[in-house]
Design a protein around this ligand. Structure first.
Ligand SMILES: Nc1nc2c(c(=O)[nH]1)N[C@H]1C(S)=C(S)[C@@H](COP(=O)(O)O)O[C@H]1N2
Ligand SMILES: [Mo]
Length: 506
């Protein structure tokens, strides 16, 4: 009578994949904002309630985006299968479902920050292809018992599965080609061609004692590869340096607009600065230290001359994200900058290419705008940046933290080097102490650093005896304030409490 149910479900899934593949391929021509999955995902990220987002970052860490994509794919597959089954009985209903999804894609794509009418095209193409493939497969799907009601030439199972497999492969190729030959690659190519200027003020030479050289200890400088990534962008915005414009405006006497080349021509500073995410749990990994090259914010602000009441400097990204920093902190002598380089290379795309902000001592969500296209002088009374109405505090200075990197679980009895990193950006780290079980606090040896804006490695020798032991670390900042043992959650302004690990010594 009817199409076999598995075949109907498979038709739906294959149709959805073919549609999405065609959409990605089209988006390679019309621009990445229109890629249907990305456009919809972007809105989903924005609309997700805060507790859910926090939970996701907590559970998946920096894999949160991968988790979202896998989750979306599974959900879509289930829906597509259901639409296929419905379509095998009432073709019209499946058509309505595809039209609905197409409409969602179109609306999501054209309402994104910086997108236009052409961004509707990939979703429309996706919808048409899904419709065509779905209809084609359902017509030929193997039928239980009798012949299908709408076409007598149904394929046998093997043929049906082969054709479906080919269509899936085609969809995969569409996605691969779309992602690799789209505008994203143009940005990578442009990035490879950037020649960064030499800094007018280079970073101080790294002291011999910058690395304590303990196995398992986090290196002083985090490679771009290993650097944590946190942002709301499902795929990073693609900004070509040639088209790049930065507007500095708002409550100031002399608003300016700069191109990427204008920025590169300015005197640059190069500094080691440790970034930290406010979502970092005690002992967590959302912290990294890089060598940034950039234009001092103080120079730019001196040129635009902020009004007296403009106590907030808001960075806005190409995708409409915002972060607001106290204007006063950007000009108080710290190395706040618009960074164009990271570890001797142009900023990686995922870390904000071509330009991002870096303010030593402030958490990322109130300072570190990536894909920066606008700086607006305003006041805290007049404007709340992205995370503020979502329950996070401002201005949010980074709290003193310390972490044990090694050992984490097991050790052999005898001399054990317990080591880790500690940070209190812009106040610096003066001391780190280790406690074994309920013993006294033992002083750790610290690595040499040249500024208060980076983390500091520490090591403490421990005469480990067999059995289970609890190691706890605490730091003292440059002002002599000891890290609090009081536990606080990450929201609204950063976690506190001491990091401890339980080590099994044998
Ligand atoms: N455009 C944009 N910039 C952003 C964010 C964002 O969501 N969008 N997240 C901020 C947060 S919360 C942090 S912790 C830092 C992280 O920078 P990284 O990804 O380079 O490590 O970027 C900041 N800059
Ligand atoms: Mo963050």
């Amino acid at each position: 009578m009817a199409v076999e149910r598995w075949a109907a479900a498979l038709s739906g899934v294959v149709a959805a994949c073919a549609g999405l593949g065609a959409g990605e391929l089209t988006a390679a021509l019309t621009g990445p904002s229109g890629a249907p999955l990305v456009a919809v995902g972007d809105h989903v990220v924005r609309a997700t309630p805060e507790p859910v987002k926090e939970w996701a970052i907590g559970v998946f860490g920096t894999y949160d985006k991968l988790a979202l994509q896998v989750g979306t794919a599974v959900l879509l597959a289930v829906i597509a299968a259901a639409v296929g089954v419905v379509g095998s009985r009432r073709l019209r209903y499946a058509g309505v479902a595809v039209a609905l999804f197409t409409a969602v894609g179109v609306v999501a794509a054209v309402t994104r920050e910086g997108s236009g009418a052409v961004d509707a095209i990939p979703s429309i193409v996706a919808g048409l292809v899904a419709l065509a493939v779905g209809y084609g497969l359902l017509r030929r799907a193997p039928v239980a018992g009798e012949k299908p009601p709408w076409d007598p030439r149904a394929w046998d199972r093997r043929r049906f599965i082969t054709v479906s497999g080919l269509a899936l492969a085609g969809a995969g190729a569409g996605v691969a080609i779309g992602r690799n030959f789209g505008q994203g690659t143009a940005v990578e190519e442009a990035r490879n061609k950037v020649a960064l200027p030499a800094p007018a003020s280079p970073a101080p030479p790294r002291p011999a004692g910058a690395e304590l050289g303990v196995d398992g200890l986090t290196p002083f400088q985090t490679s771009a590869r290993d650097f944590y990534r946190i942002d709301t962008a499902l795929v990073p915005p693609n900004l070509l340096p040639a088209d790049y414009r930065l507007r500095i405006h708002g409550r100031c006497a002399n608003p300016i607009e700069l191109s990427y080349d204008d920025l590169l021509k300015r005197p640059m500073i190069e500094r080691d600065i440790t970034l930290t995410c406010v979502s970092n749990e005690v002992g967590g990994e959302l912290v990294g230290n890089a060598r940034w090259l950039g234009v001092p914010l103080a120079d730019l602000l001196a040129e635009v001359r902020p009004d007296a009441g403009a106590d907030q400097l808001v960075g806005r990204s190409a995708d409409g994200w915002t972060a607001g920093s106290p204007t006063a902190l950007c000009v108080d002598g710290r190395d706040a900058m618009l960074a164009v380089g990271m570890n001797g290379e142009p900023l990686p795309v995922r870390h904000g290419f071509p330009v991002r902000m870096v303010v030593p001592g402030l958490y990322g969500y109130v300072s570190a705008t990536k894909w920066l296209t606008e700086l607006e002088l305003t006041s805290f009374a007049d404007f709340d940046a992205y995370w503020i109405p979502r329950g996070w505090s401002t201005p949010a200075p980074i709290k003193t933290e310390s972490r044990i990197d090694t050992p984490r679980r097991k050790a052999t009895a005898g001399k054990v080097a317990v080591a880790g990193v500690a940070w209190a950006q812009h106040r610096g780290i003066q001391a780190v102490e280790l406690r074994v079980d309920d013993g006294p606090w033992l002083p750790a040896r610290l690595s040499e650093v040249t500024s208060s804006d980076t983390w500091r490695q520490w090591v403490c020798e421990w005469d480990a005896t067999p059995g289970e032991h609890r190691l706890t670390v605490r730091a003292t900042d440059g002002g002599g304030v000891v890290q609090t043992e009081q536990r606080a959650p990450v929201a609204p302004d950063g976690a506190t409490g001491l990091h401890s690990v339980t080590v099994d010594v044998s």
